[in-house]
Design a binder for this molecule. Structure first.
Ligand code: LRH
Ligand code: MN
Length: 437
C-alpha cells in the first residue's frame, strides 16, 4: 500500500473542492445563463445537454499517470506513482476534480499485484471501477520462456503462441476479479522486411490464437481488437488497419469488437469515416483517445486537432440519434505525458472529450439531413461548424459542479499541493530510463 493512500488528500476533499468552487460559482451561473439563452434560441435545452455530459465517463489508462517517454528517453517527474496502488490514488484525484473518469484501464503485467482483491477494494474505496484490461505480449518479462522478438500470437513457434494465449487468459481471470468486462488485445506482431513474414499464414495464426483467447471470455465480456498501422514493426503489422481488425472480429464471433486508437492511422486518414463503417458493421467496441500530428504520438486528446475529435463524436452522436443497432462503444484515454504533469494532462484530456461530446449534441441533425439530401454542401458543413464553434465551457463546468467536482480542476489541483505532497511521500527512483512507461 502507498504512503499517500491512508489520508484522503486535499485534492479529493469535498470541502476543499467546494471552497475552490465558491469563488467561481457566480461567474459560472452568469455564463451558463447566457449560453442557455443562446441555445434556447437554437431550440436546444441546455439542461438536457448538461445532464448528458454529467453521465459521460472515460477510462484512465493506468500507464498514463506516470510520466511517459520515447525510445530516446523518459524524464521522470516529481512524485511518480511507484505501483498500481499509487496509480489508483492519482486516478482518484483526477475523478474527484473532473467527475469524468470513474474507471481505470489496467495493463498487465505492468499493474500485476499478488492481492487482486485488495486492489479491487482499494479502487472501490476511491469510487473507481475497472474498465478493459490490457494484455502485453509486446515485451519479454524476466524469466519468460519464449521471446516475443518475432511475434506473439502470430509467432511461427507454437510454444511462443501458447505462451501469449496463456497470458491473455490470465488477464481475463484477473479482470474478472476486478469487475472488468473486456480485454483489449493489441499486439505489435509484424515484419521489418518484405518477405520476412507470410501475410496470410501470419493472419491465420492470429485467428487461431485469438480464437483460443475468445473461448476463454466470460459470457458478458468483450474482446476489443486494436489495430495499428506500424511500430514496433516498420514494414507490415498483422492487425494493421480497421479492415484486418473487422475481418478478425467477424471471424471470431459476436463478442469480438474493434477498438479505434486515434493515433494508429496514417496522417490525414479519415478516422471519423472508419468509425461510421465500424458502427455500420455493428463492431465498434471502443476507443483509445489521444491526438497526434505524425505517428502514434500519444499526445493529449484535442491538443492538435480538436475538430477531428469533434467529427469522431459527431459520428457517435449521429449513430445514437439514428438508433444504430449494437452501438455501445467504451471510451478510454491512451496517452503518454512526457512534458506535463500526467494528472493535469489526463484531467484536461477527459474534459476535451466531454467538450467534443457536448458540441456533437448541438448539431441539428434534422436540418443536417435535409442539407445532405438536398446537396447543400455549404449549409451542411456550416451546421457542424456551428456546433463545433459553440463555447460549451459553462456546460462542462456546470456538469462538474453538479457532481461535486471542481469548476476549474487544474487550478484546484495546483492549489491542493497534491504533486508536492507526492514528491515527499514517493521519493524519486533515480537513473535514466526510456520507453513509454
Ligand atoms: C499501442 C497502444 C496499446 C497499448 C500501448 C500502451 O501503441 O496504443 O493500446 O497497449 O499503446
Ligand atoms: Mn492504444
Amino acid at each position: 500500500m502507498s504512503a499517500s493512500s491512508d489520508k484522503t488528500p486535499m485534492a479529493r476533499d469535498a470541502g476543499f473542492i467546494a471552497a475552490q468552487n465558491a469563488a467561481r460559482t457566480a461567474d459560472l451561473d452568469a455564463d451558463y445563463a447566457a449560453l442557455g439563452a443562446q441555445l434556447a434560441r437554437r431550440g436546444v435545452d441546455i439542461e438536457s445537454v448538461t445532464r448528458r455530459v454529467a453521465q459521460f465517463g472515460v477510462a484512465i489508462p493506468s500507464w498514463g499517470v506516470g510520466t511517459g517517454g520515447t525510445r530516446f528517453a523518459r524524464f521522470a517527474g516529481q512524485g511518480e506513482p511507484r505501483g498500481v496502488f499509487e496509480k489508483l490514488d492519482d486516478c482518484a484525484v483526477i475523478h474527484a476534480l473532473t467527475g469524468a473518469t470513474p474507471t481505470v484501464s489496467l495493463h498487465l503485467p505492468w499493474d500485476r499485484t499478488p492481492d487482486v482483491a485488495a486492489l479491487k477494494a482499494f479502487g472501490d474505496a476511491r469510487g473507481l471501477g475497472f474498465d478493459a484490461v490490457n494484455s502485453n505480449t509486446f515485451q519479454d518479462q524476466p524469466g519468460q520462456a519464449q521471446s516475443y522478438k518475432f511475434g506473439s500470437l502470430t509467432h511461427t513457434s507454437k510454444d511462443a503462441r501458447d505462451q501469449a494465449v496463456a497470458h491473455n487468459l490470465d488477464c481475463i481471470r484477473i479482470g474478472q476479479a476486478l469487475g472488468s468486462k473486456a480485454l483489449t488485445l493489441w499486439i505489435g506482431d509484424g515484419a521489418n522486411f518484405p518477405g520476412q513474414q507470410h501475410f496470410v499464414r501470419a493472419f491465420e495464426r492470429y485467428l487461431d490464437s485469438a480464437a483460443q483467447i475468445y473461448s476463454g471470455l466470460p459470457t458478458d465480456w468483450r474482446l476489443l481488437i486494436e489495430h495499428k498501422m506500424y511500430e514496433p514493426a516498420f514494414y507490415a503489422t498483422v492487425i494493421q488497419d480497421w479492415g484486418s481488425s473487422l475481418m478478425a472480429a467477424q471471424a471470431l464471433g459476436p463478442k469480438a469488437w474493434c477498438l479505434v486508437d486515434l493515433g494508429h492511422h496514417a496522417p490525414n486518414v479519415n478516422i471519423e469515416m472508419i468509425v461510421a463503417r465500424l458502427v455500420h458493421a455493428r463492431r465498434l467496441g471502443g476507443f483509445h483517445f489521444n491526438d497526434s500530428k505524425y505517428g502514434d504520438d500519444d499526445l493529449d486528446s484535442g491538443s492538435i486537432d480538436p475538430f477531428r475529435l469533434f467529427l469522431v463524436f459527431n459520428e457517435l452522436a449521429d449513430a445514437e440519434w439514428r438508433r444504430a443497432p449494437d452501438f455501445r462503444p467504451t471510451h478510454m484515454l491512451d496517452q503518454s505525458h512526457n512534458v506535463t504533469d500526467p494528472v493535469e494532462s489526463l484531467m484536461t484530456s477527459a474534459i476535451e472529450l466531454q467538450r467534443a461530446f457536448a458540441q456533437s449534441l448541438l448539431v441539428d441533425r434534422e436540418a443536417l439531413a435535409g442539407y445532405q439530401d438536398g446537396n447543400d454542401a455549404l449549409m451542411a458543413a456550416q451546421s457542424l461548424k456551428r456546433a463545433f464553434t459553440t463555447d460549451v465551457g459553462p456546460i462542462l463546468a456546470r456538469a462538474r459542479l453538479s457532481k461535486g467536482a471542481a469548476i476549474d480542476p487544474v487550478t484546484a489541483y495546483r492549489a491542493s499541493g497534491y504533486r508536492a505532497a507526492c514528491a515527499v511521500a514517493r521519493p524519486a527512483r533515480g537513473g535514466a530510463s526510456s520507453g513509454i512507461v
